[in-house]
Design a protein around this ligand. Sequence first.
Ligand SMILES: [Zn+2]
Length: 345
Amino acid sequence: MLTPLACCIVPPYVLARIAEHPDAPEQARISARSTLGLANTLASVRAAIVPYEGRWGGRRLDRMIYDCKNTRIVDMEHARFENELAVDDASVNRCYDFFEAIFSFFHVVFGRNSIDDRGMSMLGSVHYGENFSNAMWDGTQVVFGDGDGVYWNNFSSLDVVAHEIMHGITQHSVHLKHQGESGALDESMADVFASMFKQYELNQTAADADWLIGTEIFTSRVRGDALRSLKAPGSAFDDEILGKDIQVASYDKVLTKSCTDDFGSAHIHFGVPNHAFYLFAIALGGHSWERAGTIWYAALTDKDLKSDAGFIDFATLTIKHAQGYGDSVAAAVIEAWKGVGINLD
Ligand SMILES: [Zn+2]
């Protein structure tokens, strides 16, 4: 049985800074405080709910988008279901369109049939809460807030939607524990495949891509390009109010850093596997999803990947699957992991 998880795109330490910063506008501080509280509430509420038993689309895409009407109730009002016409709500339509693109990407590139590989319907709820400054996978569906309008825009942007859907795919593949290195791996899978998906949509090579996640969620008030960078973890933002991106890209820093209020630092440490994927994709050249992505997907769906897997367990599986592509590809993945301080020679 699956235990639903609440996997938010914005790490708690960023919201905590806004909540406590004396120079942040009152509206933003209230939003940050309530977002932190609501995310915890939603996580515990959903943890009590049985796994998904709703509609299945078979081998066809089946989308169900709901409008929370700024309440804390997901699935509140039917907004747009499969084959229905566009509605007068950009968040609903964006979510509906991105779901199709994500479904198609995983189907065409990896042969996957929706989130659970059994044709599960794709559910999303937009306009969650009042000024909710986050997006999350709640164990069954993707939930989006509208942002506080001060530092955060609406969260239904392409890479954020893909990041959250990927939490569902990971949950149905291995159900990584959301703590320590396994929690960091869960977050990394979400970023790696979201970045890959964005590159696929833009038809970019690994060398051309920006490797950023969350490029549209900051308002112009924030000093930063995005929420995270796979190319240069720790460099995505540096803002007086939000603070600095503190992701690490080297395994020795994982072993020395700790932050107990962030699911065992999952949001900080996953810069390590993120950057390993970046190094690997760049070394191979071409499109990231073609070889590097296929190897990462094979490792994620390998039955030997356990729910408490650490970085070394995952890295070992990527080497195993890279060997199917020849010695030079296997050597490249070993080098990529070495580049983040994980030596598996
Ligand atoms: Zn996440």
